[in-house]
Design a binder for this molecule. Structure first.
Ligand code: GLA
Length: 351
């Protein structure tokens, strides 16, 4: 059996998923491919690095295999029987590009294991278990976006999630002549996880200082009263980003792409100036994009500190990208990569 587990992008709603906020991710047609068959021992092999690992005990290895081992541990904790298997992993999803290759592996491994064991799969539960794997086993305190997007997305739709209630609905993409592109900046977001946890902490401190339990109760007046400038900036990002997600939903409904684009740029500048999770290279790219009317909007995507940029533009974008790419390479000595985006269903299998 072969399982395909997609990467994800996020139209808008960044760093809101661990703040009881709104998000609008979607899966993309770039996959982690997982082949599984029953075996006497647990064996996991990565086609990309041509390395395998064999194990009997379910202990942390501090390697990529932890995404699989963690899923076994968590599935068992949730009462699922997991028998040993041979698993082969391949991928055309760039790693460290902010497109959730780790969530794709977790959700995909879980889906493959449950399928092999003949369980009916509840996608929400699978997303939840994969999220527990990332937070409790791997040890990154991420929000729910990546695992939910990989498990629940639907082709031609974005997935609107209220992360407070975890209710979600599918939003059709009416883009007409426009397209979504992703540009891999070539900057790996390694700094990410420590700074990521720092941002989470600052959001908790901001809430505490405002005397609130959740960002959903926070108003602009509350934010204005914050004294500590850093906490104020973080809170400002969260509440304005939530508003932008809701405004983007309305703009998508009326097919007003100029407006969607404007919110993407606004989101970028809030991530850059208030949340401080962008980087020089991506800021340069965005400034270049702003010069062109064919580009409706763009912003850094995912955790930040590198990774990818999401762009909403018309078909002239590929030509524009050539020019911007040259300038970028001259300045930074890095070649950015353009990925044309097609939306995908969440994880699925082929017999
Ligand atoms: C990472 C995390 C997500 C989310 C984004 C930022 O991708 O895994 O949960 O917090 O960063 O929006």
């Amino acid at each position: 059996m072969v399982v395909y587990s997609p990467g994800r992008a996020n139209l808008i709603g960044e760093h809101t998923d661990y703040n009881n906020g709104f998000i609008l991710p979607f899966a993309i047609k770039r996959y982690v491919k997982i082949e599984i068959e029953p075996s006497k021992k647990f064996r996991v092999f990565s086609e990309q690095i041509k390395k395998g690992i064999e194990f009997n005990t379910l202990e942390k290895t501090n390697s990529w295999a932890d995404y699989v081992i963690g899923m076994i541990v968590k599935l068992k904790e949730h009462g699922y029987d997991v028998k040993p298997f041979n698993m082969k992993i391949d991928s055309n999803l760039p790693m460290g590009a902010g497109l959730s290759s780790s969530a794709a592996l977790e959700v995909g491994a879980g889906y493959a294991i449950l399928s092999m064991m003949n369980y009916d799969i509840n996608r929400e539960e699978l997303a939840k278990i994969a999220h527990e794997c990332e937070v409790e086993f791997v040890g990154v305190r991420c929000g729910i976006m990546d695992q939910y997007a990989v498990a629940l997305s639907k082709e031609n739709h974005a997935l609107f999630i209220d992360t407070m209630t975890r209710e979600y609905k599918y939003i059709p993409f009416h883009l007409d002549s426009a397209r979504i592109y992703l540009v891999d900046s070539g900057i790996k977001h390694e700094l990410g996880s420590s700074e990521y946890n720092k941002r989470r902490k600052q959001c908790e401190l901001a809430l505490e200082a405002m005397g609130k339990k959740s960002f959903r109760e926070v108003t602009m007046d509350d934010v204005e009263k914050l004294i500590e400038p850093v906490l104020k900036k973080r809170a400002l990002h969260v509440i304005t980003e939530n508003e932008r997600v809701l405004k983007t939903l309305s703009a998508l409904e009326t097919e007003n792409l100029q407006l969607v684009g404007r919110y993407l740029y606004e989101s970028h500048y809030s991530l850059k100036d208030n949340y401080e999770v962008s980087c020089e290279e991506i800021d340069f790219m965005i400034e270049q994009f702003e010069e062109y009317a064919d580009i409706y909007g763009a912003r850094i995507v995912g955790a930040g500190f590198g990774g990818s940029v999401i762009v909403l533009a018309n078909e002239n974008f590929e030509r524009i990208f050539e020019k911007v790419s040259q300038k970028y390479t001259t300045k930074f000595g890095i070649i950015p990569k353009l990925l044309t985006v097609e939306t995908s269903d969440g994880v699925f299998r082929l017999e």
